[in-house]
Write a protein that binds this ligand. Structure first.
Ligand SMILES: [Zn+2]
Length: 234
């Protein structure tokens, strides 16, 4: 019998834990304690510590994973080489993304929210909102300090909450179904401007035949943005 190789979970080649926090992500949130009945153990934000004119910010929903939330060390588990999202992004962006662009990943809600995996969108949103009221200030700080040139959110709740903090949030459709057009729009937060598109949730993206055309467009625009000299257009 061939023994399985041990998965390398901490590939930390470029990850410097101190640097991950330099954009204002809290080590501990002291505002959500009263809301939560789960341990407020926050995963670290992911930062690849590369200096580039392409500054990509990925925004997930919250750190809670139903089955085993203790294994989330970094937001979106981007530290895991074989992680689902990392492999998928590698396919979408091209694998060089992790070494060539400046990449920062965070969540709209920093604190673990106890929820069931089958929760409806409405229920997820009503659970997340009170946490977001506390945690949104961190997100605003992170955007102001990281100064992304391009932002992607993952999943409908993340998209909805995120556009709520934008100065021009009204310019975006509320539902991912309509907001995910394949095009990037310019988002404004105070003095910061960047390209934004919601990204379909990884699972939706995979099965989304009806999105076929938009996905092609989205990939092409993303490639343009990552390869062009200028970061903000269209
Ligand atoms: Zn919080």
């Amino acid at each position: 019998m061939v023994s399985k190789p041990v998965a390398k979970r901490y590939k930390g080649n470029q990850i410097n834990k101190m640097d991950c926090y330099k954009f204002g992500y809290p080590e501990q949130c002291n505002k959500c304690g009263a809301l939560s009945n789960v341990e407020l153990k926050l995963p670290m934000p992911y930062y690849n510590n590369v200096t580039s004119s392409k500054k990509i910010m990925l925004i997930g929903q919250d750190p809670y994973i139903y089955r085993n939330h203790n294994r989330v060390e970094y937001v979106l588990m981007l530290n895991e080489e074989k992680g689902q999202l990392k492999r998928w992004l590698g396919g979408l962006f091209g694998n060089d993304i992790f070494s060539e662009v400046e990449l920062y990943a965070t969540n709209v809600v920093k604190c673990p929210v106890k929820r069931e995996p089958s929760s409806s969108l409405k229920r997820v949103l009503s659970l997340l909102r009170p946490y977001f009221e506390n945690c949104r200030d961190y997100l605003i700080t992170e955007i102001n300090q990281f100064k992304p040139t391009l932002v992607l959110t993952f999943g409908e709740p993340a998209h909805k909450l995120f556009i709520g903090i934008l100065s021009n949030g009204d310019a975006f459709e509320d539902r991912t179904k309509e907001a995910f057009t394949g095009e990037f729009k310019q988002a404004v937060l105070g003095d910061i401007r960047f390209d934004y598109s919601p990204c379909l949730h990884i699972k939706t993206y995979r099965v989304a035949e009806t999105y076929g055309d938009r996905i092609r467009k989205f990939k092409n625009h993303l490639m343009e943005k990552l390869n062009s000299g200028s970061s903000s257009s269209s």
